[in-house]
Write a protein that binds this ligand. Structure first.
Ligand code: GTP
Ligand code: MG
Length: 325
């Protein structure tokens, strides 16, 4: 089954056509090159041995941990793989690799998409720590939805950081979408209120709201997100349809801690892992999916507005295990 066929039943964010699906699969393959050539090539070479031993399992677990899969998820994956190997009577180490592959896909696929993306305007709230890649993601999403023929509106809800509004405005202009702003120092709630109002009256399909970067440990800042959500809900009770948590893929296990704190404090519906192109530890996707029980929705594969891929579990795991020519 092609990537396009796998995603075809999904909502408005599914690839437009096979060409777009193929481009995104290539982007994932390119962005995971470091991870593939690093830890995953070492994992692949583990299976070159003549028989399955305890040492194989120990080495596998250690390499998964090094690739940022995290201790709980690495232990879980090894346990599941081992059980399946025993149950099915597999003795060829190469077949262990196939089983591991399937278990890794399963960890990512266990998380379903909860939201109804036929809603209109479809409201997306973007949250995360400072510098994770929120504003860049918004530009990428706007570009993607625009290509899908959607009418997009942005909201400059980061009124805290100097020049945050200007940064979003620059992106909006480049992408070719309007943006609602009130400038630095304004109440982010007021920006969100204006934006929801504008999205409703201007009949737009997708509203994407930027927020200021915040430390997951700061309780008052996390509560501010709840306030923003409530402002949105007053006008559109089913919204926000997605709360996307942006995690910088290069931050390792700290990223997993961030994800846990955000998931506990706000209604995160999905995760975007950015800067996948800048890390050899793409294993973080497994840690996040399993530890916070939310789907990875997109991955950022570079700094340009086209550097975004809709996440697909099989494509991602295939890319990690692929053999480079
Ligand atoms: N290589 C790479 N760089 C990225 C990616 N996404 C974002 N960046 C870079 O990360 C930096 C921070 O991105 P922003 O989008 O400004 O991050 P932010 O979360 O909005 O930051 P604050 O608003 O300060 O909290 C910029 O230099 C981006 O170009 C990605 O997928 N790959
Ligand atoms: Mg920003």
């Amino acid at each position: 089954m092609s990537l396009f066929q796998r995603l075809f039943g999904r909502g408005g964010d599914a690839p437009r056509d096979e060409a777009e699906a193929a481009v995104e699969a290539t982007q994932i393959a390119t962005a995971t090159a470091q991870t593939r050539r690093g830890f995953f090539s070492q994992i692949a070479s583990l299976f070159g041995v003549s028989q399955i031993s305890n040492e194989l399992w120990d080495d596998l677990e250690a390499l998964l941990v090094q690739a940022d899969v995290g201790v709980p998820t690495a232990t879980y994956l090894v346990k599941r793989t081992k059980e399946r190997v025993k149950r099915t009577g597999v003795i060829d180490p190469q077949e262990v690799r196939t089983i591991l592959h399937a278990e890794m896909v399963q960890v990512l696929q266990d998380q379903v998409r909860p939201e109804d993306d036929t809603a209109r305007p479809y409201v997306i709230l973007v949250v995360g720590v400072n510098g994770a890649g929120k504003t860049t993601l918004i530009a990428k999403l706007a570009h993607r939805y625009l290509l899908h023929g959607k009418k997009v509106l942005l909201a400059a809800g980061d009124t805290f950081r100097a020049a945050a509004t200007e940064q979003l405005e620059t992106w909006a202009e480049r992408v070719g979408v309007p943006v609602i702003t009130r400038g630095q120092g304004a109440d982010p709630g007021a920006v969100v209120y204006d934006a929801v109002e504008a999205a409703t009256t201007s009949d737009c399909d997708v509203l994407i709201i930027d927020t200021a970067g915040r430390l997951h440990a700061k309780v008052n800042l996390m509560q501010e997100l709840t306030k923003l959500r409530n402002i949105i809900r007053r006008k559109i009770p089913s919204a926000p349809h997605e709360v996307l948590l942006v995690i910088d893929g290069t931050t390792g296990q700290n990223g997993v801690l961030q994800a846990k704190a955000f998931a506990a404090a706000s209604d995160v519906t999905g995760v975007v892992i950015t800067k996948l192109d800048g890390t050899a530890k793409g294993g973080i996707a497994f840690a996040i999916a399993r530890e916070i029980q939310r789907p990875v929705r997109y991955v950022g594969t570079g700094e340009r507005m086209t550097d975004l891929a809709l996440f697909d579990a099989t494509t991602f795991v295939d890319a990690l295990f692929a053999r480079d020519a």
